[in-house]
Write a new protein. Structure first.
Length: 159
């Protein structure tokens, strides 16, 4: 069994890396430019750029899969892969997260918070498809956790 203290440290490092990759992805100078450009209407500009239509971005990435100008594979698969660790780690951090609904719900709240932060600050664009893909990553991570924990339980029983 993994040491709880080490797991907590890894989880915090994962969350910090996640925020760096998703929210604070721009160089510091670019982020300062964005922050300096904030006005009262930043939210409304973000609303114009936001995607609130399910599957719009996913369909665009699939449609332009071969287009060199859009890194479709990286965006679709990356949005899933980056949240798999969250689905694996949450159930290890607390018994309550062994419930699939609580694990997925907590993960989706984090994803929603990130998307809303992007909407409100212009440090990215709100995209409902990101929530869907990130949620799929959390679910895959949770299923990996269940498969590994079930197989290790069976292994202990046979020893």
């Amino acid at each position: 069994m993994i040491n709880k203290k080490l797991l907590r440290i890894l989880f915090v490092l994962y969350l910090l890396t996640l925020l760096r990759v998703i929210v604070f992805k721009y160089p510091l100078e670019r982020m300062k430019e964005i922050a300096d450009s904030w006005r009262d209407d930043v939210f409304w500009e973000g609303m114009k750029k936001a995607n609130f239509e399910w599957f719009r971005t996913i369909q665009m990435y699939i449609r332009h899969w071969d287009n060199r100008g859009i890194n479709s594979f990286g965006n679709l698969i990356g949005n899933i892969l980056v949240f798999i660790p969250l689905g694996c780690m949450l159930p290890l951090l607390g018994k309550v997260f062994k419930n699939i609904f609580l694990c997925l719900g907590t993960g989706l709240l984090l994803v929603l918070a990130i998307e809303l932060f992007q909407l409100l600050t212009a440090f990215g664009c709100f995209d409902v498809d990101d929530i869907l893909l990130n949620g799929l990553g959390i679910l895959i991570g949770y299923l990996i956790f269940k498969i590994v924990s079930c197989s290790s339980s069976k292994k202990r029983l046979t020893e």
